[in-house]
Design a protein around this ligand. Structure first.
Ligand code: CTP
Length: 397
């Protein structure tokens, strides 16, 4: 499957470095030409001779090593040779260096000099992975087109059960094969030919020309979903409430203001959609009367009467004819129970539950529930990664 492909395997200083042996031999079994580049720390955890034997090529630990004397400018020669660079395991330090544009060793120099696809398999302690600075770097790399696989939840080297394990070498090889075969830049085109409608952000219900009732939604989850679906080959329409976010490339964005506008836009664009994901925080109530002139500060108290807005998702559930319908439930209590009730009342195929505290944040801990009541739990992930996990679940339906 990897005949004629040159693959650089970057190995960095994590306990999972020993798994690079299995990764390299699996890549060799696929007939790839494998070149291993190790950081100095990685050489303390596993011997370069082992990887040299398994790969059949010199192992690069230093750009000035005698072994590379045959290559005129080694980092450029290797960078240009590669069809894909896989970094497994990848430490928080190397993620940070690449995101920060630092090239101070053989691996980071080759990565910087290469236009090849990059597949990163992080492995680290759970708190390191959750560190907002690490998550920021991961997000930046994703935006720059680097693909991530894992980390997975499981027993970590420090003894705790949590997120941080490197993905299995078999899964990494499978992902590399998909990336090299796919024609959608940087991603697997498994949504190719599908039409996906996504809503995002909060709605604003006008009180008067200058005031509104709103909520804290930033739109990050819906925008991450739109970006992920587009990267996976879907034809994406994003109906968005007011947000500060930039429209993802290649996505049709329809801007709306309030629940009524969102309802109209969703219904108008519903025909022909294969998947509809309601990630928007739609207001449940709007002022019964919207004043067309600015309310004056006259009395000490004022009463605002509110009326229910239409439940867009419930409406879609009633109209459903083959479209996969996915809802969200942001809860402060009884998360699973409340989400299950919403799922059956709104006739959904999947519901994604998170804690209401995730609103506005860059990451969240999500649970995906299906109609059979099966719960898929994900540890804290960036919203962009959660988006891919949600789309994976939709594709499994
Ligand atoms: N939703 C919708 N239209 C509304 C309200 C909610 O389409 N008027 C959708 C949301 O986009 C989300 C799902 O319904 O996908 C659940 O929204 P949520 O606010 O968690 O629950 P509600 O149904 O509004 O119930 P409650 O506020 O009582 O929890």
């Amino acid at each position: 499957m990897l005949n004629g492909k040159t693959i650089i395997v970057g190995v960095t200083g994590g306990i999972a470095a020993y798994k690079a042996c299995e990764l390299v031999s699996r890549l060799k079994k696929q007939n790839a030409d494998v070149w291993v580049v190790m950081t100095r720390e990685a050489t303390k955890l596993i011997g370069p001779i082992t990887l040299r034997t398994l790969s059949g090529n010199p192992v690069v630990t230093d750009l000035f090593a005698d072994e590379l004397a045959g290559l005129p400018v080694p980092h450029i020669a290797l960078a240009q040779k590669a069809d894909i660079i896989i970094i497994a395991p990848c430490t928080a330090n190397i993620i940070g260096k690449i995101a920060g544009g630092i090239a101070d060793d053989a691996l980071t120099t080759i990565v910087m000099a290469s236009t090849a696809r990059k597949l990163i398999a992080p492995a680290m302690n759970c708190e390191m992975w959750r560190n907002p600075l690490v998550q920021k770097n991961v997000n930046e790399l994703r935006v720059a087109g680097h693909e991530f696989i894992g980390p997975e939840a499981g027993k970590l080297a420090c003894g705790v059960e949590d997120i941080g394990k490197m993905s299995k070498p078999r899964a990494i090889v499978k992902q590399a094969i998909k990336l090299l075969a796919g024609d959608v830049e940087g991603s697997t085109p498994d949504l190719h030919g599908k039409r996906v409608l996504i809503t995002a952000g909060g709605t604003r219900e006008a009180i008067d020309p200058v005031r509104f009732i709103g909520n804290r939604s930033s739109g990050k989850m819906g925008y991450a979903l739109a970006e992920a679906a587009q990267k996976r080959g879907a034809d994406v329409t994003l109906v968005s409430g007011p947000t500060a976010l930039a429209a993802p490339d290649g996505v049709t964005v329809i801007k709306v203001e309030d629940a009524k506008g969102m309802h109209e836009a969703v219904l108008a664009n519903r025909p022909g959609q294969n998947i509809i994901i309601m990630a928007a925080a739609v207001a449940d109530y709007r002022p019964t009367i919207t004043y067309w002139q600015k309310l004056k500060k006259e009395s000490d108290t004022i009463k605002l009467e509110l009326s229910k807005t239409v439940d867009i998702l419930a409406d879609l559930g009633r109209l459903k004819n083959g479209t996969r319908l996915i809802g969200f439930a942001a809860e402060t209590n009884d998360h699973i129970e409340n989400a299950k009730t919403k799922m059956s009342e709104k006739n959904l195929d999947l519901i994604v539950v998170n804690d209401a505290s995730a609103i506005e944040q860059d990451s969240s801990e999500i649970k995906i529930i299906d109609k059979q009541g099966k719960i898929e739990e994900h540890p804290e992930l960036s919203k962009r990664e959660s988006a891919d996990r949600i789309l994976d679940a939709v594709l499994r339906l």
